[in-house]
Write a protein that binds this ligand. Structure first.
Ligand SMILES: [Zn+2]
Length: 462
C-alpha cells in the first residue's frame, strides 16, 4: 500500500530563495502549458495532451534558462498535474456535473513540486539533498517503516511559508494478521465527534470553538484596516497562520483518534457520507464534512495497515431505529436520547445510531435476542446499561450522565410516550416490519409486546 510521510525542512536563507525560485518556475511552466492548451483549442480546435507537451521539453530547455535550471523529471510531474486537472474537467463534463475549466495559478496558489525520488533529490545522512539547492536540514520526527520504498518526494510550502517534504512510500500489503476480533459501529456527529456502538463517545475538541472565536476576531480587525496598509498585510499573515494552526490541530486529533480506533477494532462500520445531501442541509455540516472525510480516510488506511478493515453502510435513518428491537423510533434532531417505547432501551441518541450502524454492517441483530426468539419466547424487555455512562433513578425520572465527559447531563423520562401494543395487530411502528432491514433472516416476535406499560426498566450497574 502507498503511504505518505511528511517531514519539516529547515532551509537556510539562500536555500529558501532557491526553493521559492523553483516553485515560481514551475508555476510559470504550469500556466504556460495551460495557455498552450487553451490557444490550441480556441484557434485550431486541437487538443493538446501531456505527451505533446512533454515532447517539447527538450527543445524548450535549450533556449529557456529557467526551464533548464529546474529538474527535468519534476517538470514532467508538473505537466502531468495539468493533465490530471484536465482529466477531471472532462470527466465532470461527461458526467453532466458542474465543470470548472482548469485555472491559472496565482502566486499563492501553487504550493508544491513533485520529484521522482532519486532523480534530483535524495535523503542522505538525515539531510535532504536537492539538485541546484544543496543539502537541506530535515527534521525526522519519526522513522520510515523498514520495508518502505520511496517512490516520490513532494516539496511543499504551506501558507505560513514553512517548507516540508512529503515522501510517498510503498510498503508491502499486510495480510489480515489482526489478532483482534471485534467490530464496532461509528456514528459521526457534531455534538460529539464520534459515538461508538460500545457506548463510548469521543468529545468534539474544545479548541475548535476557541479557534473559531479567534478567527472571527482577527477577521473583524482586518476588515477595519485600510486596504493595502502594512497592518492589513500583517493581519492577513496572522489569519493564514491561524488557519494553518487550526488545520494542524485538527489533523493531529484525527490521526490520534483514528489510530486508537484502528488498533482496537478489526472491523469498523461507518456511515457512507452523502456529500450532496450534506451540502443541502446545515452549513455547519458541510464544514464538518471536510473534517469527517479526512478522519475516515485516515481510519481506513490505518485499519488496513493494522490488518483490519473499514466498511461503509447505508446512512439513511440510522437515528430512527432501535438497535435493541429494531422498532422505528422517530425523533427530531433536538431529541438527544434514544428512549424506545417498544422495548424500553435507553441510550444516548448517537450511541443508538452507532449500534444500528454496527448491526447493519454485520447484517444481524443482537445474537442474544435471536437465540431467545428462536425458542419462541418473547421475553420481557431487557434494558442494558450503556458502557461509559450511568443511569440513576430520580423518582420517575432518570439522570443520564456521560461519565466520559462529566459535564453534560440530561434528564429524561422513562415513561413511554407511545402506548405499547399487542403483537397480533402491529401498528406501523412495530419492530417486526423493520427487522429484515437489520438483516435478520427470520422476523422474530415483536419484542414490543407487552400489555403493561413499559416503565421502571432500569437495572443499576453493579
Ligand atoms: Zn426498542
Amino acid at each position: 500500500m502507498l503511504l505518505s510521510f511528511k517531514y519539516r525542512l529547515y532551509p537556510n536563507t539562500e536555500q529558501r530563495q532557491l526553493l521559492e525560485r523553483t516553485l515560481e518556475i514551475h508555476r510559470q511552466l504550469y500556466n504556460d502549458a495551460l495557455t498552450e492548451r487553451r490557444l490550441a483549442w480556441e484557434k485550431k480546435r486541437v487538443s493538446v495532451r501531456y505527451i505533446d507537451q512533454a515532447n517539447q521539453l527538450k527543445t524548450i530547455r535549450q533556449f529557456d534558462m529557467d526551464a533548464a535550471w529546474v529538474n527535468y523529471t519534476s517538470i514532467q510531474q508538473t505537466l502531468r498535474r495539468l493533465q490530471k486537472s484536465f482529466d477531471g474537467f472532462f470527466r465532470r463534463i461527461k458526467a453532466g456535473e458542474k465543470a470548472g475549466h482548469p485555472r491559472y495559478k496565482g502566486r499563492g496558489w501553487f504550493k508544491s513540486v513533485a520529484y521522482v525520488y532519486g532523480d534530483g533529490c535524495r535523503w542522505v545522512d538525515g539531510r535532504f539533498y536537492m539538485q541546484r539547492i544543496g543539502s537541506i536540514r530535515l527534521f525526522q520526527h519519526r522513522p520510515l517503516p523498514d520495508s518502505a520504498k520511496i517512490k516520490q518526494a513532494v516539496l511543499k510550502r504551506d501558507g505560513v511559508g514553512n517548507w516540508h517534504v512529503v515522501f510517498q512510500i510503498e510498503i508491502p500489503d499486510t495480510e489480515s494478521t489482526s489478532t483482534l476480533d471485534s467490530t464496532v459501529g461509528i456514528d459521526m456527529g457534531l455534538e460529539y465527534f464520534a459515538s461508538l456502538s460500545s457506548g463510548e463517545q469521543i468529545d468534539n475538541p474544545r479548541w475548535y470553538r476557541i479557534a473559531e472565536a479567534k478567527l472571527a476576531k482577527l477577521q473583524k480587525m482586518r476588515a477595519r484596516c485600510k486596504r493595502g496598509s502594512h497592518r492589513n498585510r500583517e493581519l492577513k499573515r496572522q489569519i493564514q497562520r491561524h488557519h494553518e494552526q487550526t488545520a494542524n490541530r485538527r489533523r493531529d486529533f484525527h490521526h490520534k483518534t483514528s489510530n486508537k480506533l484502528a488498533n482496537r477494532f478489526s472491523t469498523l462500520y461507518v456511515e457512507a457520507l452523502n456529500v450532496k445531501g450534506l451540502a443541502m442541509s446545515h452549513v455547519s455540516k458541510s464544514i464538518a464534512d471536510a473534517g469527517w472525510r479526512q478522519f475516515l480516510f485516515m481510519l481506513s488506511y490505518k485499519a488496513e495497515r493494522a490488518g483490519g478493515r473499514v466498511e461503509q453502510v447505508d446512512a439513511r435513518g440510522t437515528s430512527q431505529y432501535c438497535p435493541e428491537c429494531g422498532g422505528r423510533v422517530e425523533k427530531s434532531l433536538s431529541v438527544r436520547v434514544h428512549n424506545c417505547p417498544h422495548c424500553g432501551y435507553v441510550a444516548p441518541r448517537d450511541v443508538a445510531a452507532a449500534q444500528v450502524i454496527a448491526h447493519r454492517g454485520s447484517g444481524r441483530t443482537d445474537p442474544r435476542r435471536k437465540e431467545s426468539h428462536s425458542q419462541g419466547v418473547c421475553h420481557s424487555p431487557r434494558p442494558r446499561v450503556v458502557a461509559g455512562s450511568s443511569l440513576r433513578k430520580l423518582g420517575e425520572d432518570v439522570t443520564f450522565r456521560r461519565l466520559t465527559l462529566g459535564f453534560v447531563s440530561t434528564t429524561i423520562s422513562l415513561t413511554p410516550k407511545v402506548k405499547p401494543h399487542s403483537c397480533r395487530q402491529p401498528p406501523r411502528s412495530c419492530a417486526r416490519r423493520y427487522i429484515p432491514r437489520l438483516g435478520l433472516a427470520q422476523a422474530p416476535a415483536c419484542p414490543g409486546f407487552s400489555s403493561e406499560p413499559v416503565s421502571r426498566l432500569i437495572t443499576f450497574p453493579s
